[in-house]
Design a protein around this ligand. Structure first.
Ligand code: FES
Length: 209
């Protein structure tokens, strides 16, 4: 069974990349403590031979490239395609994107490292990005964020040992009018979040504790 990110409930993402590398119980605030810049977790795929594009993928990337005057402009869409396909962006996946466009590998890694929506390590089957920017903070976002931290014993950027849940302290999600806001798996928004609503969301996903 897989979700929209290609992650499988059995701890694999369906592409030979095990979630178990995060089963060591580590729960440090790996993204906190930096100066607002996300720490760059550039990990290698455990089986790099699985990091390949099909002819259809290559065709899609060629179509992205054709939309812009400069081929490098297709990098964000191509990285997104790679993340959807592989579940996260290993160095091998970034290099594959670079070689397919083609453009310098360092430039692709630079783009991937800048944006938090690109995952540089496998995240949980359910990934919660809770906004703690000003509007959300004023509306109680830290109560929600800290609830997840304490209840699941994970910090910013961490994954639970079973690979089912990961947490991110997000900057403004563009949903300030319905703060506090949470983004799930980079797609779904949960707005006007309360602790009760968060608990109900977790329960509906079989993640309550
Ligand atoms: S401050 Fe949270 S969505 Fe804008």
């Amino acid at each position: 069974m897989s979700n929209t990110n290609g992650h499988h409930a059995n701890g694999h993402n369906g592409h030979g990349i095990k979630q178990s590398r995060f089963g060591d119980g580590s729960h440090g605030d790996s993204l906190q403590g930096s100066t607002g810049v996300q720490e760059f977790h550039a990990l290698h795929a455990e089986d790099a031979s699985t990091i390949v594009f099909t002819e259809e993928d290559k065709q899609k990337i060629a179509e992205f490239v054709a939309r812009y005057p400069a081929k490098e402009s297709a990098v964000m869409r191509a990285l997104w395609l790679a993340q959807e396909k592989f579940g996260w962006l290993s160095i091998e996946a970034m290099n594959l994107v670079a070689d397919t466009i083609p453009m310098p590998r360092a430039d692709v890694q630079g783009v991937a490292s800048f944006y938090t929506m690109y995952w540089k390590k496998p995240m949980g089957k359910t990934h919660l990005a809770i906004c703690t920017n000003i509007s959300c903070m004023l509306c109680g976002a830290y109560e929600l964020y800290n609830y997840i931290k304490k209840t699941y014993n994970i910090g910013n950027g961490d994954v639970t040992p079973d690979g089912l849940l990961s947490l991110e302290e997000a900057e403004c999600l563009g949903s300030c009018g319905t703060a506090p806001a949470m983004q799930v798996n980079n797609y779904e928004y949960v707005e006007n979040l309360t602790l009760e609503k968060l608990k109900a969301f977790l329960k509906a996903r079989g993640l309550e504790k």
